[in-house]
Every structure is written in structure tokens, then in C-alpha cells.
Design a binder for this molecule. Structure first.
Ligand code: ZN
Length: 551
């Protein structure tokens, strides 16, 4: 068997570059008058190398690794625009957009006066969107089928400090008219998944100091705005208010200076200081409103004690092999099943295969061995050959165990994963396997990382679950939050403090299968009952899940 090598693959198709750049095209340069024109753009992305010829439209991707799970995007060939663009220029002139701006974004005119919006990423044509009907009638849109979802205008914002996000291509053109670079989502206001964010590189997203959201001033625009807000850190996310205008284009037509609107964008959170009177809604909702803004744990008895909310830190502890990780894993599976949560997990004591198996078993409520008993082929087909594998891959994203992680790197990665994939939970399991470099006292150090995690949970609006071992077991005595090694801050700084314990039978000395979940800390009424309590869960070995007892 020949090993797959992307360099060989590149060689075969005639790509000679080893980093992003331009070269002649193996498909058309030979036949061209200007044989030395470097018409082929080659872009080395995170997952693949993309290429696109601006002359003949030859395009494709080469992956670094061979895998059947790579998304194969369809890339459009070059699009055809009419030579005479005067209807287009006339149409846009009415909307305050000049020929210069149309040329900058290479806007084209198709048959029946359709407007052509080409989407470029690193100079490569990745999508072509058309809008029919230049009149005031209904608009219809088409896009390249199965294309990579990318922000429109992304190539022009590379060196900016802020990423301004609008709802449509015409808003991008409107802002460009006044020299402001922005991008628009490719699917308009109804875009829920925001794949255009998932498809951004880390390097690209890391560059921006703020994300400025300038969607339309209507119901659809507000929904898109909320959706976008949930993906950006609060201290980096600002909102543009269009006032009496619907969008950037209306404001442009009315002769407004769009810079003013962008500069007056307000932070989603605050800039640090708040007055009660500014937070009337929030105070009202907290004190008098019915709280609907929480998630169930998936166990009725536990729901009587805690309400799961994002923005909080949950510390889970207990002696080794007493059910901590099973409880946490099961909680994650419950949140995914019921609410579609995506999790980012640092599971340092697990191997890849074992962790996948655990999640698969809980998710499908089927033990692995039973499937194996049906025959290895069949089991393989079920466990790795179905959409489950893809689904679990997308909802349980892991930190690579083959390197050490310190808390700052974890925070940085989490921020990017929230933006890119809409992660709702960060799990660190356990504390002592982090790269903990402290020069001073460990208790001070623990206080500082817990403070970092509390802040991270708030600014990204995610739930953070932090697992920590207690100091050495004190016989069979149930540990408390104060037994966690290093610091009293484990109790003081957590929002939820949970001990998972399985008791040993006095006579047989065997551990019970059923864990007892001791809720030792609930910070305030908004996340549960501050008096805490304990519940027992039943471990259903046939289904590989924890279940309520009685009730
Ligand atoms: Zn070519």
C-alpha cells in the first residue's frame, strides 16, 4: 500500500509552491500568450491546500491527510459577467454605490440583469451568489451548491483591527463606499449555523480586537445579531444601532457618515462600570421575572437542587474511580441530547478510543461489548461507520492529549472554539494534569486560575466544569469541597460545588454501582437551591447511563 502524501499529490497536479502564493497554472499557462502570468493562487489553509486559476477557473483542494470525513467543497469555476455593466452601475448608483466599489469587489452582471456577487477567500473564488431582478420586484438568490460558506469581503479586512459584520453584500458595498471594510454572512439573517465563522482560520480570528455587529434593524436582523453575539467574547463584541434606518445602505442613501455609526457601536457587555438604572431589565428579570434561561441536568432529582446555566463555574470532585468522570460525561451527553450543546473537553486521563467509546455508549445507550458480540464487522459499521461518528466528533471536541496545556492556552483555545463552533461547555479533567507552573504558593496559584476561569465563563457565556481530586482519601469519609488539594478557593470561588462518591458496602467491601451526588455549593438562588443536598443515581449497566432513582 502506498502511503498518502499531500506533497506528492501536489506534485502530480503541478503545484510547486510550499506556502501560500501565486504561480503559473498547469492547466492553461502553456496555451496562453502570456505564459509567465502567475494566474494560479495557492492557499495553504489549516486543513487543506486550495488552488484557483483566475484565468481558466481550474480549482480544487488537496488535504494534508487522507480521510473520508473531510468536507469536499464544491468550488465554482470562473463566472461570466457581461462586458457592458451599465445597468448594474445605474442600479447601484441609485443606492449610493459607485463603479469603483463595484470593481473593487468584482461585482458582475449576468443574464437577465442578475447581480453576481463573487466570494473570494485568499484570492480564491469559493462561492458565487447571484441575485435576480434589478427592479423592485421579488429578489431571488442562488449560490454555488455545496460551496464553502465564507464571509463576503473577507479578503479586504485582513489588516484591520475590527471585524465589522453585516447582513448582506450590499451593506458591505455601502460601507466600502465610505472606505470602511466589512464582511457579510453568506446566508443572510436566517443563518443559524454560521459556518462562515467555523471556516475562518484561527490566525484570522485572533487578529481582531473587536467584533462589531451591524445587522439590519428588523426582526431577522435582531435574531442574527443575537446569534452572532453568542459567539463572541463580551468584552470584544460591539453592536451598531442604525437608528431610524434599516441598514447601512439606507443610511448611506440618506447621506449619513457611516463612520459615526461604527464608532458609536456599544459593547454588548459594558465597558466596566454600570449603574442600576441602566440595568432595569436585568434587575427586573432577576427579581420578578420567571427564570426560563436555564437548562435541565437530565435527572429530575438533581434538577430540584441545581439549574444549569452558562456563565458559571462548576467544580466536581471525589476520590478516584468513584464516578466523577462518568457523572460529568453523562451530564455532557444529556446537554447535547436535549439542547444540542457542543463541548470542548480536556480529558487528560483518557485515551482517544476509550473516550469515544464512553460517549458513544452513553449517547446510544448501548454497551460496546454487546455490539462486539454481534460481530466485529457489524460493530465497526455501527460505531464508526455511521453518522454518529460525525455527530459525536462535532459535539465533543477534544484538547490534544499529546501535549501539555496550561490554563492560558486553554482559555485562548476556548475563546476561538466558541467563535468558530459555538462551544457551550468547557471541561477540564483533572486539575493536576494541567501544566501548572507556579513559582509561589500553590494555593495562591489555584485562586488565580479559578479567577481566570470564572471570568472566562462570564465573558464567553459558557459553563465551565473543572474536575479536581481531593487530598489523599480519609478512609471512607466522603470528601468535601475543602478536601480538594491546595486551596480553600475551590469552595469559595466555585458557583456549583459537587462531590461524586460511591459508597463501599460494610460487609462485602464492594463499591456500590450507584454514585451519590453531593451538592455542597450552590452560589445563589438563580442557579439552584443554596442549601444544596444529595441525590443517588442508578447506574444502568445495560444502557451505560446514570438514571434517576424512584420518582
Ligand atoms: Zn489556468
Amino acid at each position: 500500500m502506498v502511503m498518502y502524501d499531500y506533497r506528492q499529490k501536489l506534485n502530480e497536479i503541478g503545484i510547486i509552491l510550499d506556502k501560500t502564493g501565486k504561480q503559473t497554472c498547469p492547466q492553461c499557462s502553456e496555451k496562453r500568450k502570456n505564459k509567465s502570468d502567475k494566474c494560479l493562487t495557492v492557499s495553504f489553509e489549516r486543513d487543506a491546500i486550495l488552488y484557483y486559476c483566475h484565468h481558466c477557473g481550474w480549482t480544487g483542494s488537496v488535504f494534508y491527510e487522507e480521510s473520508k470525513f473531510h468536507k469536499q467543497y464544491n468550488r465554482p469555476a470562473n463566472f461570466k459577467s457581461k462586458e457592458n455593466k451599465s445597468p448594474l452601475i445605474k442600479y447601484f448608483a441609485k443606492r449610493g454605490i459607485s463603479e469603483n466599489t463595484l470593481n473593487k469587489y468584482n461585482i458582475g452582471l449576468g443574464d437577465n440583469n442578475t447581480i453576481i456577487f463573487p466570494y473570494y477567500k485568499n484570492g480564491i473564488l469559493v462561492n458565487v451568489k447571484t441575485r435576480t431582478n434589478l427592479g423592485d420586484g421579488k429578489k431571488t438568490f442562488t449560490q454555488t451548491k455545496d460551496s464553502e460558506k465564507t464571509f463576503f469581503g473577507i479578503d479586504f479586512v485582513k489588516d484591520d483591527e475590527n471585524l465589522i459584520i453585516v447582513e448582506g453584500e450590499i451593506d458591505v458595498l455601502s460601507l466600502a463606499e465610505q472606505g470602511i471594510n466589512s464582511v457579510s454572512v453568506p446566508q443572510g439573517g436566517s443563518d443559524k449555523k454560521l459556518e462562515c465563522l467555523s471556516n475562518c482560520s484561527n490566525e484570522f480570528l485572533e487578529k481582531f480586537k473587536t467584533f462589531i455587529i451591524a445587522t439590519d434593524n428588523d426582526e431577522v436582523g435582531y435574531n442574527l445579531r443575537e446569534n452572532l453575539i453568542s459567539r463572541f467574547p463580551k468584552d470584544k463584541c460591539k453592536i451598531v444601532k442604525w437608528g431610524r434606518y434599516k441598514d447601512a445602505n439606507e443610511a448611506l442613501i440618506a447621506g449619513e457618515d457611516l463612520h459615526t455609526y461604527i464608532n458609536n457601536a456599544e459593547y454588548v457587555g459594558t465597558d466596566g462600570i454600570v449603574m442600576f438604572k441602566e440595568k432595569w431589565d436585568e434587575i427586573y428579570n432577576e427579581l420578578f421575572g420567571e427564570d426560563k434561561n436555564f437548562y435541565n441536568t437530565g435527572w429530575d432529582n438533581l434538577d430540584k437542587i441545581i439549574k444549569i446555566k452558562t456563565g458559571y463555574l462548576m467544580v466536581v470532585s471525589g476520590y478516584p474511580s468513584r464516578g466523577k468522570s462518568t457523572f460529568v460525561d453523562n451530564l455532557l451527553v444529556n446537554l447535547t441530547k436535549k439542547y444540542g450543546f457542543k463541548h470542548l473537553i480536556a480529558s487528560f486521563e483518557n485515551t482517544m478510543g476509550n473516550y469515544y467509546k464512553t460517549i458513544y455508549e452513553m449517547y446510544n445507550q448501548q454497551p460496546f461489548w454487546k455490539l462486539i458480540n454481534e460481530g466485529k464487522e457489524k460493530a465497526f459499521e455501527k460505531i464508526m461507520g455511521t453518522s454518529d461518528f460525525f455527530f459525536i466528533s462535532e459535539h465533543f471536541i477534544l484538547f490534544d492529549n499529546n501535549r501539555m496545556w496550561n490554563i492560558d492556552d486553554i482559555c485562548k483555545c476556548t475563546e476561538l472554539e466558541v467563535i468558530k463552533h459555538g462551544i457551550k461547555t468547557l471541561v477540564i479533567d483533572p486539575y493536576n494534569r494541567l501544566q501548572n507552573d507556579y513559582k509561589d504558593r500553590e494555593d495562591k496559584y489555584i485562586g488565580s486560575i479559578l479567577a481566570k476561569l470564572c471570568t472566562l465563563a462570564k465573558r464567553l457565556d459558557i459553563l465551565i466544569i473543572f474536575v479536581a481530586h481531593p487530598k489523599k482519601p480519609d478512609g471512607e469519609t466522603i470528601p468535601t469541597m475543602y478536601s480538594i488539594s491546595g486551596s480553600g478557593d475551590w469552595y469559595n470561588m466555585s458557583d456549583y460545588g459537587i462531590i461524586v462518591h460511591r459508597e463501599r458496602d460494610n460487609f462485602t467491601q464492594k463499591l456500590s454501582n450507584n454514585p451519590i451526588i453531593h451538592i455542597q455549593k450552590v452560589k445563589n438562588f438563580s442557579i439552584g437551591d443554596p442549601s444544596g443536598g444529595k441525590i443517588e443515581l442508578f447506574y444502568n449497566a445495560n444502557k451505560r447511563i446514570l438514571e434517576d432513582i424512584g420518582g
